[in-house]
Design a protein around this ligand. Structure first.
Ligand SMILES: [Zn+2]
Length: 185
């Protein structure tokens, strides 16, 4: 997005990563969104493209300088890009010589979190309150009842510590159901 006045003043309209090209874009460092300059880094076209393409390699050697920028957003983005390059000796060297604040570190590394979400047999994300359909017959433990394939289970709950399991009511009984045997309704 366009560079706001405060970001323009802070960066002197120069890319805050490579510091050698004019900055043309304000890049908001995820998972932050919006246009608060504290969450943004002023970037030149080349750096922006390289980030979008997740380019790695020698190009990023200037991160050695930007990692020391006093702005948390610039530090977080620099650290994140160094992590992407950590297979390279020069990047590993820089990473071992810096110690960002915990909150900057978390911000930087949040890009690598794999979101653990409940998904049905077809990969659709499941949420609490969804209705699902059984994709195969299910014996309800402790009863002689077997729920046939196609049974609708309404208003499921997600088992918090296991993305492979949900809870739902079948025949008035709350049971645990494996997500791989359901389809989002
Ligand atoms: Zn640049």
């Amino acid at each position: 997005m366009a560079i706001s006045k405060p970001l323009s003043d802070r960066s002197n309209d120069t890319c805050e990563l490579c510091t050698s090209h004019p900055a043309n874009s304000a890049y908001t460092v995820s998972p932050r969104s919006g246009d608060n300059p504290d969450d943004q880094v002023a970037l030149c076209d080349t750096c922006l493209r390289a980030i979008e393409k997740q380019q790695t390699g020698e190009y990023w050697r200037f991160l050695e300088g930007s990692i020391w920028n006093p702005e948390p957003a610039v530090q977080a983005l620099s650290y994140r890009l160094l992590q992407l390059n950590k297979g390279e000796e020069w990047a590993a060297g820089i990473l071992s010589s810096v110690e960002p604040d915990d909150n900057i570190l978390q911000w930087a590394l949040s890009a690598f979190d794999v979101a653990e979400v409940h998904r049905d047999a077809f990969g659709n994300e499941l949420q609490a309150g969804d209705n699902v359909v059984l994709t195969q017959a299910l014996d309800v433990k402790g009863t002689s009842f077997s729920a046939p394939k196609g049974t609708i289970v309404k208003k499921i709950r997600l088992v918090a510590d296991n993305v492979g399991q949900i809870e739902g009511k079948i025949n008035e009984q709350t049971i645990v159901i494996l997500t791989k045997f359901v389809k989002k309704g």
